[in-house]
Design a protein around this ligand. Structure first.
Ligand SMILES: Cc1cc2nc3c(=O)[nH]c(=O)nc-3n(C[C@H](O)[C@H](O)[C@H](O)COP(=O)(O)OP(=O)(O)OC[C@H]3O[C@@H](n4cnc5c(N)ncnc54)[C@H](O)[C@@H]3O)c2cc1C
Length: 379
């Protein structure tokens, strides 16, 4: 496999990097305080088609692959991972419709999610479950040519932003099997509960959602009538793509941690010389650099496989497991290199340390990723 970047890929990376440094970096303090995703920043990202990199031009996308998408997420997350997370969750909704929706659904929803004003959400988690689909309680009941949805989803990213949400429901008529339905977030009966006050990822909005007799057309069933009851399959496949997005975010955060550690080690002096002269510091930085490279190429390999339509259920679990551990170690080691200053808010590493923890938790905890990884060998 040749991972020499093409000119186009280098341009994607450079454009995303410049955008992140010029448009996102100056807003970080504001996002950390207000704990909101700025609406004008969303507009700028839309203008640059950052929500549509991996989708065909006929739906408003750029027509590139998951490799370019991963590179862009990496660069955005290197500056501020919340924005990488916001785009990645949007892609879970867009991807569900693109990969599992009917052609009519693609034409109806994708242009809004990619170039229009809609932001996507993906609603699986409920009070009783984050990992077990059998515990889903939100119900969908057919009434004429409409679905009536009742229930409660928790921890839903982007649920506070206007647009569409793909919702995983118990389909009552078919013995509670899981069916996936598109719900416009402005429909009657849809409401938001509390915004979560989180450890990190403050620029990514996460809230509880309530469905109180929400009515949507039956045509909003992802994949149409014949896909009723296939929600769990849709979920696991789409989440595999989501884990690729999280892996790219981890590579970005790990690279940022490494950059901070190197900058600091070169300038901080002890006993009259830069701490980079100490072999202890060189060991930490040398190991971090090796791990960041390994996580990057593992992520690119999984992104390449996804672009070729190869199954990535196991690969994405392993990639996400490894890259989240690399991000964790990189943040911790960079803070070690930076000593007490790294523990203060004067340096980005304190934020990266808080942000990276989510990568080991959402879209399935790392314990589940280990089980998926092992099951491919042990079944
Ligand atoms: C900031 C944030 C954003 C989120 N965004 C979304 C979103 O947009 N959409 C959405 O649907 N959800 C979202 N979530 C929810 C998230 O995906 C779930 O919280 C996550 O999957 C973990 O589920 P849980 O919290 O129920 O943990 P649990 O499943 O209760 O797991 C708790 C612990 O139990 C153990 N465990 C659980 N199951 C097993 C098992 N089978 N084998 C071994 N050990 C196990 C693990 O050690 C795990 O650490 C978000 C969460 C956060 C914090």
């Amino acid at each position: 496999m040749d991972f020499t970047l093409t000119l186009e890929q280098k341009m994607f990376k450079a454009t995303a990097r410049i955008f992140a440094e010029m448009e996102i970096a100056p807003r970080i303090d504001d996002m950390e305080t207000t704990r909101r995703t700025p609406r004008d920043l969303i507009k700028k990202m839309r203008d640059l088609n950052l929500y549509g990199i991996q989708y065909p031009e006929i739906y408003g996308g750029v027509g590139s692959s998951f490799l370019e998408y991963s590179m862009v997420l990496e660069e955005l997350s290197r500056v501020y991972c919340s924005i990488g997370g916001h785009i990645s969750v949007n892609a879970l909704c867009t991807g569900t419709i693109y990969e599992f929706g009917t052609e009519a659904q693609r034409q109806e929803f994708l242009p809004h999610l990619i170039r229009g004003k809609a932001i996507g959400s993906f609603a699986f988690t409920e009070p009783d479950t984050g990992s077990d689909p059998r515990a889903i309680r939100t119900t969908a009941v057919c009434d004429g040519n409409e679905w009536v949805i009742n229930g409660n989803k928790i921890f839903i990213t982007n649920s506070t932003l206007p647009g569409y949400m793909v919702v995983f429901c118990r389909d009552v008529e078919i013995s509670g099997q899981i069916t996936c339905i598109v719900v416009p977030k402005n429909c009657k009966g849809y409401s938001i509960g509390k915004y979560y006050d989180k450890l990190g990822m403050h620029g990514m909005e996460v809230a509880d959602v309530f469905f109180d007799d929400v009515r949507v057309p039956f045509e909003n069933t992802i994949g149409g009538e014949e896909a009723r009851g296939r929600g769990f399959n849709i979920l696991t496949q789409e989440i595999a793509g989501g884990k690729l997005g999280i892996s790219a975010q981890c590579v970005g955060m790990a690279q940022a941690a490494l950059d901070e550690a190197v900058r600091y080690a070169r300038t901080r002096t002890q006993r009259g010389k830069p701490i980079s002269n100490f072999q202890t510091i060189q060991w930490i930085i040398g190991e971090m650099a090796a791990e960041v490279e390994a996580a990057r190429y593992l992520t690119y390999a999984t992104a390449d496989a996804k672009s070729q339509d190869s199954p990535i259920l196991v690969e994405s679990a392993r990639t996400r497991l490894f890259s989240s551990q690399v991000a964790h170690r990189a943040a911790s080691n960079a803070m070690q290199v930076m000593g007490a200053y790294g523990y203060t808010r004067e340096f980005h590493i304190e934020r990266i340390f808080r942000d990276m923890k989510l990568s080991e938790l959402y879209e399935g905890v790392n314990e589940i990723q280990r089980i998926i990884s092992a099951s491919a060998l042990l079944r």
